[in-house]
Design a binder for this molecule. Structure first.
Ligand SMILES: [Zn+2]
Length: 312
């Protein structure tokens, strides 16, 4: 058992342990043979199935079985075991879990790979801590905007920088969305949004009375940020602010955590609370680092932010 495995349950008492996808996918060539990986499109097909957070479990299972049968891997014990343990590592089974897909990545630079080696499978938790502890930078500068959309500017004002970079990617990607179909119920529009990047269609249910929007991709449920599909729908409806319902406290910079008010103007989270909560998180992180003894410094902001962008 590594230091991290020992430290993890004692510090993060409510965390769920998951296998590291990166480690699993690193072993594939060894487990199925280099010829298969070199001479066929097995790896591309396998990766397309295991890394996709937009699949439901039933779709994953069907596609996995198809790959296994196409490449005659039914007798491969390692793959059979990994399939039996699929709940521990396949994103399709963590779609409703906050930050459940944060470990997803497909292409990384060398430096990123070494970064992953250092942080192993607790990257998601560390990312969350880092995003919360990024408040100092976020209070002292304003990030560069990349679109004309008012919703982007709103995100830049309220989120920490690290969180905003992830949200900004969604705003920019909304540009490549389009409509495939449209249904209308009494007060609800169901817009079938084409996502050009993944070549999939996601249905967004928009309640016209409240501006509540729910998207099938479940990005908000996973990471607490509006997805490109909802941003695109909001753009079409002229909604230029992130509705307060979709503003998750933990991603706010200190300025906005300090001033968080309800619709009557009452303080619902004062700055003392926000600061003490944040410093508690930083203390936990510091404790974790001491126990593990390997995480001497925090990763560079850009390095983490660029990784996060790949994780949607
Ligand atoms: Zn979506």
């Amino acid at each position: 058992m590594t230091g991290i495995q020992q430290a993890f349950p004692s510090v993060f008492k409510t965390a769920r342990h998951r296998y590291c996808m990166w480690h699993i996918t690193q072993k594939i060539t060894d487990k199925v043979g280099s010829a298969l990986c070199r001479d066929t499109d097995f790896l591309a097909r396998f990766n397309a199935v295991v890394w996709d957070p937009d699949m439901e479990p039933s779709e994953f299972e069907e596609k996995w079985q198809k790959v296994i049968s196409d490449f005659e891997l039914e007798d491969n014990d390692w793959l059979t075991t990994m399939f039996d343990d699929r709940h521990h590592w396949i994103p399709a089974y963590h779609r409703d879990l906050a930050l459940g897909c944060i470990l997803r990545t497909t292409q990384r630079s060398k430096s990123t790979n070494s970064f992953f080696k250092r942080y192993e499978n607790h990257f998601g938790t560390l990312v969350e801590f880092w995003m919360r502890c990024d408040d100092y930078n976020s209070d002292h500068s304003f990030p560069e905007l990349k679109t004309e959309l008012p919703i982007e500017k709103h995100g830049a004002i309220i989120y920490t920088h690290a969180v905003f970079k992830v949200f900004q990617e969604e705003v920019m990607a909304a540009d490549s969305c389009g409509v495939d179909d449209f249904e209308k119920e009494e007060h609800v529009h169901i817009i079938h949004v084409i996502d050009a990047e993944t070549d999939r269609i996601f249905k967004v249910r928009l309640d016209l009375r409240s501006t509540d929007a729910v998207c099938e991709c479940k990005l908000f449920e996973r990471i607490g940020l509006l997805c490109r599909h909802i941003v695109w729908v909001y753009k079409g409806k002229g909604i230029g602010r992130i509705p307060s319902k979709y503003i998750v406290d933990r991603w706010l910079n200190n300025t906005h955590a300090a001033n968080k008010l309800d619709s009557n103007g009452n303080v619902i989270e004062d700055s003392y609370m926000a600061t003490s909560d944040n410093s508690h998180l930083c203390n936990v992180w510091s404790e974790f680092r001491q126990i593990v003894g390997v995480l001497k410094t925090l990763p560079a902001a850009e390095e983490l932010a660029s990784l996060l962008v790949e994780f949607r």
